[in-house]
Ligand binder design. Sequence first.
Ligand SMILES: Cc1cc2nc3c(=O)[nH]c(=O)nc-3n(C[C@H](O)[C@H](O)[C@H](O)COP(=O)(O)O)c2cc1C
Length: 212
Amino acid sequence: MDIYHAPDTRVIHPSILYFGTPVVLITTRNPDGSTNITPMSSAWALADRVVIGLSGGGQGLANLERERECVLNLASEDMCEGVERIAPTTGHHPVPAWKQTIGYRHEADKFRLGGWHAAPSVSVSAPRIAECPLQLEARVLLTVERPIEPWHGDAGGYAIIELEVVQVHAHDEIVVSGTQHIDPVRYQPLFYLFRHYVGRGNALGKTFKAEV
Ligand SMILES: Cc1cc2nc3c(=O)[nH]c(=O)nc-3n(C[C@H](O)[C@H](O)[C@H](O)COP(=O)(O)O)c2cc1C
């Protein structure tokens, strides 16, 4: 009979629990008609819904609550440097005090700073980011506000937002020819894992439900 030796474990108290999710660049329309880009990674999908978490005080959150639509642009591995260039910025003016203390600055043109180009959307007013291999146009279905108590984050609480995806755009090169499917080998999303950027590594297999 095999004896299984479980790995030793220890109890730890990490400051964050970002266990690895894709980097999403959310484009939203500002009150003056310009576009904001919010880099974020607290996002998950179920069928045509995507649920995101945004901390309080950000421009992207304010825009989403007002306009109730956005584009979720999935960053690729080769966009890592541009993502980090816009990381210490906010479209919000003035910069919230807690962000100022850790070095955030205001940036009105994150397309320029990231080195990216805008492409018009079909169903929402915010443009897509042309360089992103997957671009999901979405509308807000539900917003749940979570005030600062009992959350112990440093920002002004956070919001959980449920989005309905209404248009999906994919770069030709990541679509399996003649199908509606994303090629899991050619699609190379950028992941955010315990505040580090990582790529996806080798494909390891597929689930029994995979259609290609
Ligand atoms: C890779 C990455 C992932 C992030 N994930 C989130 C997130 O999931 N939720 C969030 O509220 N902020 C997240 N942030 C921080 C926001 O980008 C930051 O608050 C930014 O100032 C928001 O910009 P805005 O105020 O222009 O919307 C992330 C930042 C980076 C660089």
